[in-house]
Write a protein that binds this ligand. Structure first.
Ligand code: NAD
Length: 363
């Protein structure tokens, strides 16, 4: 197959969909790799590194779309690309169609084949191409909390781990899934006292077995949250209710009971946020104060660490890219139910229920 790696053109997106190491693997499988000039620059990979791995550097996205059987992106195609997608061409990327009607209709019209990272499923209904970004965001949440707890950043002026003779900070993590567990691990590693809340007793049992001694897994309830936020120096929001907006678990009234300068990190902001006072922020202006409490609500946290994020994402996507290129989308979909779930639109037909329902389209 001829496979094209496109440069990301969405604002503030510095990741790239394949590393030179991934290109080398694809070339080893006999595929011709085209890489758009400068595609890896934001993630620290020069064109020369891709050439060394066996890729041809191509000047424009138009040429990549024209020559490739499959194109790979990180973010959804932008309007300037809609007319470049060809009939039968595989486009492998994050699409999030259900929230983007214009993109959905343009893709149907193109008659391409959309394989969406976000709906590919793995064992136990896991989402293997979303997990790496949750791992990044979770770990980063603790790092950002530590930074914004500093006085010069607007925080209370505390060190999460304390020092001998000085008590550590109290960190409350709401949601014990991928984001929450990684956030809690990092906060524990820094020496904080960490409460990790979840609604699932089974999950809490597992967490109490695997988490460090300074992590206290606790059943989540409005009463528990109300009590713990009073004590908290940091609250990290990491809940997810599948198919729904995040529930507002920390209310404006609760904010009044919190310590001035405490830090709230709302990782769930991409699903609407789990604090009543959250609103999306950007890496340029990540925080704002609300009732004396510092809020950090960046919707694309992994974008701040493109080197790590690119490596984490491509570790997860590469085996799928290899399979799609080796065998074609029809054959992979026939034998792999998880990949079948990833195909959202094929040859002008919506093939994913959630997308069809979002816009009343035929399915
Ligand atoms: P996940 O499904 O692995 O975990 C969510 C957890 O929340 C589950 O364990 C669930 O039991 C728990 N939960 C649900 N309701 C709860 C409640 N009322 N109280 C306590 N726990 C509750 O999901 P995840 O991968 O950890 O993602 C968490 C959130 O982070 C999602 O909204 C996701 O979209 C978001 N996210 C944001 C970014 C970003 O850059 N801001 C990046 C990655 C993920």
């Amino acid at each position: 197959m001829i496979v094209g790696i496109l440069k990301e053109i969405k604002v503030e997106e510095n990741r790239v969909s394949m590393t030179p190491a991934g290109v080398e693997v694809m070339v080893g499988h006999g595929h011709t790799m085209l890489v758009e000039a400068g595609a890896g620059a934001g993630s620290g990979f020069a064109d020369e590194a891709y050439q060394k791995a066996g890729a041809e550097i191509v000047a424009t996205p138009a040429e990549i779309y024209r020559r490739s059987d499959m194109v790979i992106h990180v973010k959804e195609p932008q309007p300037s690309e809609y007319d470049l997608i060809r009939e039968g061409q595989i486009v492998f990327t994050y699409f999030h169609f259900a929230a983007a009607e214009g993109l959905t209709r343009a893709f149907i019209k193109s008659r391409g084949v959309a394989v969406a990272y976000e709906t590919i499923t793995g064992p136990g209904n896991s989402l293997p191409l979303l997990t790496p970004m949750s791992e990044v965001a979770g770990r980063m949440a603790a790092q950002q909390a530590a930074k914004y707890a500093e006085r010069a950043q607007g925080g209370r002026g505390i060190l999460l781990g304390g020092v001998p003779g000085v008590a550590p900070a109290t960190v409350v993590v709401i949601g014990g899934g991928v984001v929450g567990t990684h956030a809690a691990q990092m906060a524990c590693g820094m020496g904080a006292k960490v409460y990790l809340l979840d609604m699932s007793l089974e999950r809490l049992r597992h967490l109490s077995e695997v988490m460090p001694k300074n992590c206290f897994p606790v059943m989540s309830s409005p009463a528990t949250i109300r009590e713990l936020v009073k004590e908290a120096d940091v609250v990290i929001g990491a809940v997810l209710v599948h198919g729904a907006k995040a529930p507002k678990l920390v209310t404006r009234d609760m904010l009044k009971t919190m310590k001035p300068g405490a830090v709230l990190v709302d990782v769930a902001i991409d699903q609407g946020g789990c604090f009543e006072t959250s609103r999306p922020t950007t890496h340029r202006e990540p925080t704002y104060l609300e009732q004396g409490v510092l809020h950090y609500c960046v919707a694309n946290m992994p974008g701040a660490v493109p080197l790590t994020s690119t490596a984490a994402l491509t570790n997860a996507t590469l085996p799928y890219a290899v399979a799609l290129a080796d065998r074609g989308w029809r054959d992979v979909a026939r034998s792999n139910a998880g990949v079948r779930e990833g195909i959202n639109i094929a040859l002008g037909q919506v093939t994913y229920r959630g997308v069809a329902e979002a816009f009343g389209l035929e399915y």
